[in-house]
Write a protein that binds this ligand. Structure first.
Ligand SMILES: Nc1ncnc2c1ncn2[C@@H]1O[C@H](COP(=O)(O)OP(=O)(O)OP(=O)(O)O)[C@@H](O)[C@H]1O
Ligand SMILES: Nc1ccn([C@H]2C[C@H](O)[C@@H](COP(=O)(O)O)O2)c(=O)n1
Length: 431
């Protein structure tokens, strides 16, 4: 069977290919056609005369294997290919069809070495990796299945045909249950599928199981504090604990701390499932603690969803799922807080605070610093999450002033909250 036939969702020709050529602009979109097509100027920039061109795509039925293979290839490409090679994120998808995305990379090799071919030769031996090469003739360019020894099963010329931008950026099509989980069962199943390759998954699942008996009763208010790193969440949540005589909880909860680094090194599917489960454990703690006192929570589902969406979506803020998208909806089975406050400071003030703190930066924090686009996407995704939406708090004044502002907000908002607003927490029947 032709390897390309394994691409999900039917014929290769009905698929659109997207190459994230320049992160600040739209991806370059193209389809394939058996008729030669003259390339547009934009496409000539990518398919122009310079270098050898390849793309590779990872397609496999087992989602955890697929995610890990993609991450491994990304790592290999970044450490192995020389400075003469450009590697771009690429994907193939059926416009506006959920879960139709096949992720991969586009390689432009301007070197005179065979480094990229050697590497592709090894990768191509895996049945879940499909490699194409691109050839040029005058104004035309075509794609064909690549083989290092020219023994392609069925070498068909498919001409590159410029295509219009899709309404929904391709990276938004696979977010549900790959980057963001909308019920506990879905995240739980991902970790169940990993128990052989990541033994720690069993321990995490055991901790989740132990919390399930706890159910939510009506009680004191639950207030979540959200924001990018160094916006002042720890400072504020501790001050609120004192002033409200509240219980302070965090997501992920302390019991998951020994596993966090392990899951942070995994691809998004597994990493995000871990954080999603952390929210359910914290929800169980909230259920218990809110019977005794007000509860302050340092990060919760808004963080999980906003970081996951911003990481999954390539390029510009405009590529995020549109406001009102179902991807911003709160999971049905996760305890809802009464109030969510989003701390915001200017990028300059945040950097000042990060530097003042002088701590080691996590990879993601470092990325935030250098990646303005990512920071903007996280903040915008926070603001688009609905039901409950977050209330924006200007956290640039002094800690005392921020505390007073928030106390005022809590007093005002909580007087509007009736007990009926709190939804029951019963993350049960997951397996
Ligand atoms: N209102 C404020 N004005 C000036 N500095 C502040 C203010 N709030 C916090 N800081 C300082 O900014 C730094 C970051 O604050 P904090 O640790 O509370 O942020 P955070 O949001 O919890 O960060 P992270 O998510 O990375 O843990 C600390 O050095 C803290 O003392
Ligand atoms: N409820 C949560 C809490 C955190 N995360 C992820 C998002 C970031 O990658 C990172 C930030 O956490 P911090 O460094 O401030 O401890 O953790 C999440 O997904 N869900």
């Amino acid at each position: 069977m032709l390897k390309t036939a394994m691409f999900r969702g039917g014929q290769l020709c009905s698929r659109v290919f997207a190459v994230e050529f320049d992160l600040r602009t739209e991806p370059l979109y193209f389809t394939l056609s058996s008729n030669p097509q003259v390339l547009h100027h934009a496409h000539q920039q990518l398919f122009g005369d310079e270098g050898k061109l390849f793309s590779l795509h990872v397609h496999c039925d087992n989602r955890t294997e697929k995610a890990r293979t993609h991450a491994e290839i990304k790592h290999k490409l970044s450490v192995t290919l020389s400075r003469d090679c450009d590697v771009f994120e690429a994907s193939s998808f059926i416009p506006d069809v959920k879960n139709s995305v096949v992720k991969g990379f586009f390689i432009r090799d301007k070197s005179t070495t065979t480094l990229s071919e050697d590497m592709l030769k090894t990768l191509q031996q895996s049945k879940s990796v499909c490699v194409f090469s691109y050839k040029r003739e005058g104004q035309y360019c075509w794609q064909e299945l690549w083989s290092p020894v020219n023994q392609v099963e069925e070498s068909v010329r498919q001409y590159i045909t410029p295509a219009a931008a899709a309404e929904h950026h391709p990276s938004t099509l696979n977010i549900r249950n790959s980057d963001v989980f909308y019920c506990m069962k879905e995240a739980y199943e991902v970790l169940q599928e990993c128990t052989d390759i990541i033994p720690e998954s069993k321990e995490v699942l055991k901790l989740v199981d132990e919390q399930l008996e706890t159910s939510r009763g009506d009680g004191f208010p639950v207030i979540v504090i959200e924001g990018l790193d160094a916006t002042g969440k720890t400072t504020l949540t501790e001050a609120l604990r004192e002033s409200l005589n509240a219980t302070l909880l965090k997501s992920p909860p302390q019991c998951l701390a020994p596993f966090r680094q392990r899951f942070d090194s995994e691809p998004p599917l597994i990493r995000r499932a871990f954080y999603a489960l952390g929210n359910y454990i914290t929800a169980a703690h909230i259920g218990k603690e809110s019977l005794r006192a007000p509860v302050i929570v340092d990060r919760y589902w808004h963080s999980t969803a906003a970081y996951a969406i911003a990481t999954a979506v390539g390029g510009r803020v405009e590529n995020l799922p549109k406001p009102g998208s179902e991807l911003y909806q709160w999971p049905e089975d996760l305890l809802k807080p009464n109030l969510v406050l989003l701390l915001t400071v200017s990028p300059e003030e945040r950097l000042r605070r990060l530097r003042g703190r002088g701590q080691d930066k996590t990879v993601e924090e470092a990325e935030l610093e250098i990646n303005q686009l990512f920071r903007l996407k996280v903040e915008e995704a926070y603001k688009r999450i609905q039901n409950p939406a977050c209330i924006i708090v200007d956290a640039s004044p002094s800690p005392q002033e921020v505390l007073q502002q928030v106390q005022h907000l809590i007093r005002n908002k909580m007087s509007l909250v009736t007990r009926q607003d709190k939804k029951p927490c019963n993350p049960s029947t997951h397996h």
